[in-house]
Design a protein around this ligand. Structure first.
Ligand SMILES: [Zn+2]
Length: 187
């Protein structure tokens, strides 16, 4: 059985509400929690949600972006990003799509999710959606330095193992031969 350990609370030292030094205590469910002794606020460690977009046009080409920032700077990837507090998974992926590719879109279907390790948040949960394009012209934006359509039948390597998994799922769904591969796994 997996457990929450004190390593999961590394760097969690003070209450975010009142600033008192936080204490690690076992709660009523026998789970280790960071609890403020002054105000009772509990810091929960949860997987952080990330969304990724498989944007496919009517020629069965998928949008790949060249990453302008680490991790995997200079490598090709699917548009992706952390979900913000005001977003839903569906609006987050559409916003990320617009920011990085200048394309408007809406969710066509849910592709799948993966769990990944992350140096800052311990665990991220990546949710992938296949997106329909509803407007705009492809142009790299935000932290993407280039963007292009790549045929699903002749994919280029993607930066992250997680995204390779998503492409694999979508290719399988479409009955296309599996050709996705990955060059860097540092998601
Ligand atoms: Zn407090």
């Amino acid at each position: 059985m997996d457990l929450i350990t004190k390593e999961h609370y590394e760097g969690v030292n003070y209450c975010q509400k009142c600033g008192t030094a936080i204490e690690l205590k076992t709660d009523g469910e026998n789970k280790l929690r960071a609890i403020c002794p002054a105000c009772g606020w509990t810091f929960y460690r949860n997987p952080v949600p990330v969304v990724a977009a498989i944007i496919i046009n009517d020629k069965e080409e998928v949008v790949m972006i060249k990453r302008g920032l680490p991790p995997a700077q200079g490598e090709w990837a699917l548009p992706s990003g952390y979900m913000e507090i005001y977003q839903t998974p569906e609006t987050a992926v559409a916003d990320e799509m617009l920011e990085e590719t200048n394309l408007h879109g809406e969710v066509d279907h849910f592709v799948g999710y993966t769990m990944g390790d992350n140096p800052f948040y311990h665990k991220v949960i990546s949710l992938c959606f296949a997106m329909k394009i509803t407007g705009g012209e492809l142009r790299a934006g935000d932290d993407a330095v280039d963007a292009r359509f790549v045929p699903l039948s002749d994919l280029i390597p993607v930066a992250f193992e997680t995204q390779k998994t998503f492409l694999e799922l979508e290719l399988k769904r479409r009955g296309l031969p599996y050709k996705a591969y990955c060059i860097t796994d540092n998601s």
